[in-house]
Write a protein of this length. Structure first.
Length: 660
């Protein structure tokens, strides 16, 4: 029978026959050992048993169902074997059918088959008659058990080799199947670069049959000349023992048999086979993908060149408000432009050490567009490196994917600083025109009121001069004409000056020390201050400086201090207090006196109008307060008054844009 069936679990557990030729057996050698055991021990039957397998010599129906292996295994303490001279009287065997039958087995002896220190089976002899074994027969049985162990080990080794050979064949078949049916080209080259194997997909990709390429240099045969040096350098890296860390995946151009150049993805994996170092090359044709990528890259460069050339600043964000792209219009410095990609405005503000309020504004707008999905527009202002404000009109709009999910946000801004300046100038001009219209009305009123009397006087004096024949009288009339002309001249000049203030849109501001400016005014009015014994109290600690045109602030102080002295109370010594307070981006200036005061219930609406006076005084003309209000409002300031008759008056001026 075929060798090796002894270890096949599909073999029937017990088969019985009377002669060797018809006995179902696993191996003739085991049968021969069983026959020799029966002959040496002089018994009728012999059995070599393993787990579920038994080889019998001279078996009969009486022994049908006899499980010799499990019988012997139930007595592990007797690994050296044991002998039962009378199975009917021995409690170990008396209950077995093959013992109690008539005729049955009366004598039983066994010996362990030991392989690698473990009992794997038994050599047993049986006989219908009771008896015993001599020492020589026992030694013979042990010798046969050792031979059975040797035969068992040999058969097991043969089975293992057979199985290994079968697995190797299966593995080789599997590898050949994978190699020949791989969707990529698989090429095996030796250390020198010669091609050893070339699968069918390589034939399809490159156009060369396997028989045409075996033994040829892989690098020169299929790699384009411009890429050979790069590949050769990659292969050299494998001289290092740490070749597992070498990056061997690359995209290069290759050549077909037809000399057509195309793109491949080449992966190289080193291996050893029978002590020889080989390289497995995995190749896939990526021509279509590469060409598509190159096309996309060209389109990207094309569009980026357009975006980078636009004067507007352009930025693209992902769905988490991280920058994907910014053009030079947004950030001129290339280092800063590269830094911001993948980051948000907060990180950029921290990087540039800038106020994060702008980042907070832009995050607010981004969250709004994320919530509403609608375009948003707004204006924001930043300062350039020189501290000049730059105002931009910004617009962001969302881009959604096929599933209506926000994929990116595109934003752009246009510098409208010049436009804002022009708008401010236009607003100033509109205010100026409005003021001029008012001034024209005021001018007409003054001409009709203030200039009428001097002109009438001049006309009358001229008539008198013309009618007089007396030269002395004419001289006297001419002398009287001079004060009238001077008064007319002064009135006209004051009016022209008030009009020019509102037309002076280009006047520049500067940082003015209030204490110094006030002291100059006081020096110019020293005579009147001395005659009135006035006391001045200055408190400019909170805001010692004013950012304002100097000639305006000097004129304002001069008019207000002059009024405080001019309209002092005869009942008390004048006390005049000047004070400033800082209010965010503003400065509040006040000047308070304890003079005559004004009834505002009667005069509030006319308080700052031209030509209005509220007390009899030879120098009161009604131009000072009008001039002061004009100079304050020319710089977008605000002036108001609080006054109580016979208590005093306080003027307040609010100066804007005071970043001091």
């Amino acid at each position: 029978m075929k060798s090796g069936l002894l270890f096949n679990d599909d073999t029937p557990e017990n088969e019985y026959t009377q002669d060797k030729k018809s006995c179902i057996q696993t191996d003739d050698d085991f049968y021969d050992i069983a026959a020799l055991a029966a002959q040496i021990c002089g018994t009728t039957f012999a059995c070599i048993s393993f787990t579920g397998k038994q080889v019998w010599f001279n078996v009969n129906d009486t022994l049908k169902g006899a499980d010799i292996y499990n019988l012997c295994k139930s007595y592990p303490a007797v690994n050296d074997g044991f002998i039962i001279t009378d199975t009917l009287s021995d409690g170990r065997t008396s209950g077995f059918p093959w013992v109690s039958r008539d005729p049955g087995v009366r004598f039983f002896a066994t010996q362990c088959i030991v392989v690698d220190g473990k009992c794997v089976g038994y050599v047993s002899v049986l006989d219908p008659g009771a008896g015993k074994l001599t020492e020589q027969e026992v030694r013979g049985l042990k010798t046969l058990a050792r031979q059975a162990a040797i035969l068992y080990g040999s058969r097991r080794s043969i089975d293992a080799l057979s199985k290994a050979r079968e697995e190797t064949e299966n593995s080789e078949n599997l590898m050949n199947t994978i190699f020949n049916n791989a969707i990529d080209a698989v090429i095996v080259v030796d250390e020198g670069g010669s091609i050893l194997q070339w699968n069918p997909q390589a034939e399809i990709i490159f156009g060369w049959k396997e028989a045409e390429v075996i033994g040829k240099d892989f690098n020169h045969l299929v790699i384009s000349e411009k890429c050979r040096a790069e590949l050769r350098e990659r292969i050299k890296n494998y001289a290092s023992e740490d070749y597992a860390n070498v990056n061997t995946s690359l995209e290069i151009s290759a050549i077909r048999k037809s000399n057509e150049e195309f793109y491949i993805a080449l992966g190289i994996s080193p291996t050893y086979l029978k002590g020889q170092r080989l390289f497995l090359c995995f190749v896939s044709d990526i021509t279509d993908r590469k060409l598509a990528t190159l096309k996309l890259d060209k389109q990207k460069i094309f569009y980026e060149n357009i975006l980078n050339s636009l004067p507007a600043d352009i930025a693209v964000f992902d769905a988490n408000h991280k920058y994907l792209f910014v053009n030079p219009g947004a950030i001129k410095d290339e280092v800063h432009r590269k830094f911001i990609v993948g980051k948000d405005d907060f990180q950029y503000c921290e990087y540039r050490n800038r106020d994060k309020s702008l980042a907070e504004l832009r995050r607010k707008m981004f969250l709004q567009i994320k919530e509403t999905g609608k375009e948003i527009r707004w204006e924001d202002t930043v300062k350039d490196p020189h501290g000049n404000p730059i105002t931009s009109l910004r617009r962001i709009f969302p881009v959604f994917d096929d599933e209506s999910q926000l994929s990116m946000v595109i934003g752009f801004g246009v510098d409208i600083t010049d436009r804002k300046i022009m708008e401010e100038k236009q607003n100033t001009l509109v205010k100026q025109l409005s003021a001029q219209n008012t001034q024209l009305v005021d001018f007409c009123n003054i001409v009709s009121h203030n200039l009428r009397a001097p002109l009438v006087n001049m006309s009358m004096l001229v008539e008198y001069i013309q009618e007089s024949a007396d030269e002395d009288e004419k001289t006297d009339l001419i002398v009287r004409l001079h004060p009238v002309i001077d008064n007319l001249h002064n009135t006209f000049n004051e009016l022209v000056e008030s009009i020019q203030i509102k037309q002076d849109v280009e006047i520049t501001s500067e940082n003015i020390n209030l204490t110094e400016c006030v002291n100059r005014v006081l020096r110019e009015q020293a005579i009147e201050i001395g005659s009135s014994d006035a006391v001045f109290e200055l408190n400019f600690k909170d805001a010692p400086y004013i950012f304002y045109p100097y000639k305006y602030i000097f004129s304002i102080l001069q008019n207000l201090i002059s009024n405080a002295l001019k309209y002092k109370s005869p009942k008390r010594k004048p006390i005049i207090t000047l004070e400033t307070k800082k209010l965010e981006n503003k400065v509040l200036f006040s000047i308070a006196d304890n003079g005559l005061g004004v009834d505002l219930d009667l005069h509030r609406d006319n308080f700052f109008k031209i030509g209005k006076v509220f007390h009899r005084h030879p120098n009161a003309k009604g131009f000072g307060l009008f001039m002061t209000k004009t100079q304050v409002e020319a710089m977008d300031g605000k002036i108001w008054v609080e006054s109580t008759p016979d208590v005093g008056t306080t003027f307040f001026i609010e100066f804007n844009d005071q970043n001091l």
